[in-house]
Design a protein around this ligand. Structure first.
Ligand code: MTE
Ligand code: MO
Length: 386
C-alpha cells in the first residue's frame, strides 16, 4: 500500500520505472479495482485516482463497489485509522461536537439508494474541447448508502437559527498552493432527512477511495456535494466562498453558443443533477445477430424517471423502453428494449429520458465553459452483420 510520503517521493523524483505500474494504480488494483482485462475500469487520471466505469457495467440496479467510479481532486489521505479519526461539528451550533465512529453508529441509521454522478461526466464530448478530466459516459454509479442522517447530528449539536449553509471538509492532502476541497450545501438540503453521514456502501464499510470512514451523501446532487474522508462539518450563516464553490462548480444563468465566454457573476452553484440516460448494451460495435437486447439506465437527480425512449434510426422515430421495477428516489432506473434490426447495416442507437419535472434530454448539449451536466441523448453506433 502506498503512503503519502512514498507518493511525494515518487512524484518529485523519477516516476516509477518504465513499464512499472504507477503506485496509485497499484494501490487501486490491490484494493479490488481492475484496470486491465475484462473487468477493467478506465483510468482517466493517475495523478490522483480518477477511474471511470465502462458503460457496459451499468446493467445492475446496484453498482458493485469494484465498478463504482472514483473521482479524487487531490491526493487521498493515508488510509484513516478510526482510533484517531474524529468528526468535528462546529459553527452556528449551541454545542460543538467531536464524534468518534462509534458515536456515529449510535444515531438512528438510515439507508438511501442513490446515484453519485460527477458534474463533469461527459465533459469529453463537448466541442470545442474543454480543460479538465475528459470523462466519457461512466462517471456515475448507483449504490446503497447508510449511516446517520446529517439532520440528526446537526440537531444534537443544537443547530442555531442563523445557520443557513453547511460546509464539509475532508482529510485530503493539500499540496502546495492548491486550495483545499471544501464545499457547502444549503441548510434545507442538509436537513431533508436523506442527506447522510454515510459510513457504509452496499452494506459494507466504505472502502478507502470512497471516503472511509465517513462521507456525506447529498443524494441526487452533483458528486462534489458528497464529501469523502469527512473530518469537519461547519454550520455557516452564508454560502462558503472557497475555490470549489466559486469559480468551481457553477453553471451559467444564460448559457450561450459553444465556446462562448461566460461572466462569472452570471452563474449559480450546481445543486441537483439533471435528466439523463445511458446505453449499457450493446457495448460492441459489431453484432452478428439481428436481435439485440438494448439495456441501460436513466436518472434525474431528485426527480423520477417517467419515460425512456429509444431510436434505432438516428432520431427519426422513437419507441418507449420497458422500465425496470427496482425504483427509489435518487436512484437510477434500469430500462430494456428488445430490438430486431430490419437488415444488416450500420445503425445509430439513441436513448433519451424524461422525468417527473417534465424535463427531457436535449438533442444538443447545453454549452458551459466548465463542461458540467452534459446530458444530450446517449448514443451507440453498431454494425449489424447477419
Ligand atoms: N474529500 C473529497 N471529497 C470528494 C472529492 C474529493 O476530491 N475530495 N471529489 C468529489 C467529486 S468531484 C465527486 S464526483 C465524488 C465522487 O465520489 P466517488 O469517488 O466515491 O465516486 O466525490 C466528491 N467528494
Ligand atoms: Mo465530480
Amino acid at each position: 500500500m502506498i503512503s503519502r510520503r512514498d507518493f511525494v517521493r515518487t512524484t518529485s523524483g523519477a516516476i516509477a520505472a518504465v513499464g512499472a505500474m504507477h503506485p496509485l494504480l497499484s494501490w487501486a488494483v490491490d484494493n479490488s479495482y481492475n484496470i486491465s482485462g475484462k473487468d477493467r475500469m478506465v483510468v482517466r487520471s493517475s495523478q490522483f485516482l480518477d477511474l471511470e466505469m465502462p458503460p457496459e457495467f451499468a446493467t445492475s440496479w446496484i453498482t458493485p463497489l469494484n465498478h463504482f467510479f472514483v473521482r479524487n481532486h487531490m491526493l487521498a489521505p493515508d488510509p484513516i485509522d478510526v482510533a484517531d479519526w474524529r468528526l468535528n461539528v462546529a459553527g452556528s451550533v449551541e454545542h460543538p461536537l467531536s464524534l468518534t465512529l462509534s458515536d456515529l453508529q449510535k444515531f438512528e441509521q438510515h439507508t438511501v439508494v442513490s446515484i453519485i454522478e460527477c458534474a463533469g461526466n461527459g465533459r469529453g464530448f463537448f466541442r470545442p474541447q474543454l480543460p479538465g478530466i475528459q470523462w466519457g459516459r461512466g462517471a456515475i454509479g448507483n449504490a446503497q448508502f447508510s449511516g446517520p442522517r446529517l439532520r440528526d447530528v446537526l440537531q444534537k449539536a443544537g443547530l442555531k437559527d442563523s445557520g443557513k449553509h453547511v460546509m464539509f471538509r475532508g482529510a485530503d492532502v493539500v499540496l502546495g498552493k492548491v486550495p483545499p476541497f471544501i464545499r457547502s450545501i444549503p441548510i434545507e438540503k442538509a436537513l431533508d432527512g436523506d442527506t447522510l453521514l454515510a459510513t457504509h456502501m452496499n452494506g459494507q464499510p466504505l472502502i478507502h477511495h470512497h471516503g472511509f470512514p465517513c462521507r456525506t451523501l447529498t443524494p441526487g446532487w452533483v458528486g462534489s456535494a458528497s464529501c469523502k474522508w469527512l473530518t469537519d462539518i461547519k454550520v455557516l450563516d452564508k454560502e462558503f466562498e472557497g475555490n470549489f464553490m466559486k469559480p468551481g462548480y457553477r453553471f451559467p444563468n444564460h448559457p450561450g453558443k459553444p465556446g462562448e465566454a461566460i461572466n462569472p457573476d452570471d452563474t449559480y452553484p450546481l445543486t441537483a443533477l439533471t435528466v439523463k440516460s445511458l446505453i449499457a448494451l450493446p457495448a460492441e460495435s459489431q453484432s452478428n445477430n439481428r436481435t439485440i437486447h438494448l439495456q441501460g439506465t436513466a436518472w434525474a437527480g431528485e426527480a423520477d424517471i417517467t419515460r425512456v425512449e429509444l431510436s434505432t434510426d438516428g432520431g427519426s422515430t422513437w419507441k418507449p423502453a420497458k422500465l425496470g421495477h427496482d425504483h427509489a428516489k435518487y436512484a437510477w432506473r434500469l430500462w430494456s428494449y428488445k430490438w430486431k434490426a430490419p437488415r444488416s447495416g450500420d445503425y445509430t442507437i439513441l436513448s433519451r429520458a424524461t422525468d417527473s419535472q417534465g424535463r427531457t434530454q436535449p438533442a444538443t448539449p447545453v454549452w458551459n465553459p466548465s463542461g458540467y451536466l452534459y446530458n444530450t441523448y446517449d448514443q451507440v453506433k453498431i454494425h449489424v452483420q447477419a
